[in-house]
Design a protein around this ligand. Structure first.
Ligand code: MEV
Length: 440
């Protein structure tokens, strides 16, 4: 069994690589070389990446692409997407083009409230705590002034601070539950700093309060919540059903009906809902990553939202009314376009530039559109030709790369598979046949 190591983070990068290599990969030079192959030539750029996290050994690249032709609120966008899944950008571009000719995407930000909580236990009388809190609330605001002044200048701040009695969930459990507006910042640091100040003020004031004498307050933690059901954006596409005519030979009504049924199934059945929403997250995460936002926070919040009515369900909706087919998404997205990685990562800066330097609200709209487009493309394929046709086309290149096909072999095999479905085994067969013929 390998030996644990003390002080690893203090070793130089080379020494760290040596240790990992000797301890876990039998010091194989070809494995060690892989890491260095992905170092950036530009030293200062590499240093920037090294300093994003602790113990950086190399860089882990994801493809960064754009899906063009997104018409959103009458404005044309090319949406940057960072993702490894082969069909995602192609699907986004296809859906964008489809809706470009049918009026494009319309969006609306329904709210931008973010939440943070100080979780504490209190063993005294609830009414006394409520009286104490009435006096505490303005003190909490005053003690945070140094933090909030700047945020208020940018249009944000603390909108509400309330005491929540959570005894029915857990004995003696209470919260300071606060609502924040964070303007164009995602706001995690601002919210967490305010909350930690709340906790200090709460403990200081409680220790001096005659109302709370004889009882104790124990703060457990202070942290923002990634569940943001009031930080929500809606994106919609709609068109007369006649404009859906002819998709894979179906009438407009038939296609619309199938799309609505697909959404109904995802609403009714969690197994399908999870996959349905996973497809939506293909689009959302790719833009969230490209724009330097926290995709784990977005994922956690989105899935909680999908279960907000007591059962995990679809994030998208569809209807056919008075001859108009509508397809829309409502999704919580706490995003920022200033601060964090947005000021640091050169490719994040590039992505935001391509998106015309959006505000946080505009970014919410763009990301929701990417999610909706992805779901439209997935359902479109699923209810017509099936998903494998498009998937395998994109997958073909991955298989050819795995097989080590040369550029000319790739070209020939791509031509060949225009005529037939590409499955893993028949691509391997065709590749082997081609290789054998050329080495004869
Ligand atoms: C694959 O990454 C995503 C899909 O499975 C989504 C869906 O089934 O709706 C195609």
């Amino acid at each position: 069994m390998p030996q644990a190591i003390a002080g690893f983070s203090k070793l130089s990068k080379d020494a760290k690589i040596e240790w990992v290599s000797k301890t876990f990969t039998q010091d194989k030079p070809e494995i060690k070389a892989l890491l260095k192959q992905y170092w950036l030539e530009d030293q200062s750029l590499q240093q920037l990446h090294d300093e994003f996290i602790e113990n950086t050994l190399s860089n882990f690249f994801l493809p960064l692409g754009v899906a063009p032709n997104f018409l959103i609120n009458e404005q044309l966008y090319a949406i940057p997407m960072a993702i490894e899944e082969s069909s995602v950008v192609a699907a986004a571009a296809k859906a964008a083009k489809f809706w470009l000719d049918r009026g494009g995407f319309k969006t609306e930000v329904l709210g931008t409230e973010k939440i943070g909580q100080v979780h504490f236990f209190y063993d005294g009388d609830t009414e006394k705590l409520q009286h104490f809190f009435e006096k505490l609330e303005p003190i909490l605001r005053k003690d945070c002034a140094a933090l909030t002044d700047n945020m208020e200048k940018r249009g944000g701040g603390i909108s509400k601070i309330e005491l929540r009695d959570k005894n029915s969930d857990l004995q003696h459990y209470y919260q300071i539950h606060a609502v924040f507006e964070t303007a164009n910042a995602m706001g995690a640091n601002f919210i967490n700093s305010c909350l930690e100040q709340f906790a200090k003020s709460l403990q200081r004031e409680a220790a001096q309060s005659s109302l709370l004498a004889g009882s104790s307050i124990e703060v457990v933690m202070s942290i923002l919540s990634n569940y943001v059901p009031q930080c929500v954006v809606k994106a919609t596409v709609s068109c007369p059903v006649a404009e859906l005519e002819g998709i894979e030979g179906a009438s407009g009504e038939e296609f619309a009906k199938k799309m609505i049924q697909a959404v109904q199934i995802a609403k009714a059945e969690p197994h399908r809902a999870v996959t349905h929403n996973k497809g939506i997250m293909n689009g959302i995460d790719a833009v969230v990553i490209a724009t330097g936002n926290d995709f784990r926070a977005v994922e956690a919040g989105v899935h909680a939202y999908a279960a907000k009515d007591g059962m995990y369900s679809s994030l998208t909706h569809a209807s056919l009314q008075d001859g108009i087919f509508s397809f829309w998404i409502e999704v919580p997205l706490a995003l920022g376009t200033v601060g964090g990685l947005t000021n640091l990562h050169p490719l994040v800066k590039w992505s935001l530039e391509v998106l015309q330097r959006p505000s946080a609200k505009q970014l919410m709209e763009i990301v929701a559109v990417a999610g909706l487009a992805q779901n439209f493309a997935a359902l479109h394929a699923l209810v017509t030709s099936g998903i494998q046709k498009g998937h395998m086309k994109m997958h073909l290149m991955n298989i050819l790369n795995q097989l080590g096909a040369t550029p000319s072999e790739k070209e020939q095999l791509i031509q060949e598979f225009k005529q037939q479905t590409a499955t893993h085994s028949n691509v391997v067969q065709a590749f082997e046949k081609l290789r054998a013929a050329s080495t004869k």
